[in-house]
Design a protein around this ligand. Structure first.
Ligand code: ATP
Length: 219
């Protein structure tokens, strides 16, 4: 079974890598593929170039068996729609191999804005990575799901990870993962202000940013 972790990775950081590792272990995946988007449809053009984001991912993934960089979206022209990526992965992996698209609960809540979203489950399972309720005493940010998405959940939700192995696609599964309060934008902002982003991301990626001057505003 293959996990698919899409993102801008501008840059990759521990907030991506730790949840990815937990999902990789919990679902006993053969591979977790990191798929950097060329032109994310829902957001601004990344600050780092495609090749810089690829370089940083390569450095970040090098030491972890099973973590694989898949740069097909960078090699494709036009917006990086997940549906096209899944179609292309299906063509490579064949019809029977289970694929699990990993989405944060917030990304899942916005699924209806994705191009041809209703077809995603025909091609892959969706694993919803959710934050542990660490702060139960505090007011938690509630993520509201639309009626359509609640319907999708009740129709496709499985509590059994074995179910994911048994079918190539079609199930929704929720998994609690450690979410670190790290975002790529906070790293870019720190660099722009001349502050250090060390220990928020792998040392090799930190060194790369230092060496290339990436994200640092020009003098
Ligand atoms: P930015 O700050 O530029 O918006 P980001 O840090 O959210 O970027 P992306 O590359 O856009 O990074 O994220 C890719 C995926 O990783 C998304 O599905 C997002 O939900 C998830 N993700 C990002 N940061 C974290 C985090 N700290 N904990 C858990 N998941 C995260």
């Amino acid at each position: 079974m293959i996990g698919l972790f899409g993102g801008t990775f501008d840059p990759v950081h521990y907030g991506h890598l730790r949840p990815a590792l937990e999902i990789y272990s919990a679902l006993k995946l053969d591979e977790m593929r990191f798929i950097p988007a060329a032109q994310p449809p829902h957001r601004q053009t990344p600050q780092a170039s495609a090749s810089q984001r690829r370089d940083m991912l390569e450095l970040a993934l090098a030491d972890q068996p099973g973590f694989v960089l898949d740069d097909r979206e960078l090699r494709r022209a036009g917006p990086s729609y997940m549906i096209d990526t899944l179609i292309s992965l299906r063509a490579d992996l064949g019809p029977a191999r289970p694929m699990c698209l990993v989405l944060g609960l917030d990304a899942f809540a916005g699924l209806e804005s994705w191009h041809r979203w209703q077809e995603l489950l025909d091609l892959a399972h969706i694993v919803i990575a959710q934050r542990p309720a660490l702060d139960q005493g505090l007011a938690e940010t509630q993520i509201e799901l639309s009626e359509k998405l609640q319907g999708l959940l009740s129709e496709h939700l499985t509590e059994q990870p074995d179910q994911l192995e048994a079918q190539p696609s079609g199930s929704l599964y929720r998994l609690t993962v450690t979410q670190l309060a790290i975002s790529a934008s906070m790293i870019r902002t720190a660099c722009e202000k001349g502050k250090s982003c060390r220990y928020l991301l792998p040392e090799a990626v930190y060194q790369y940013i230092q060496r290339t001057g990436l994200y640092q505003s020009p003098e």
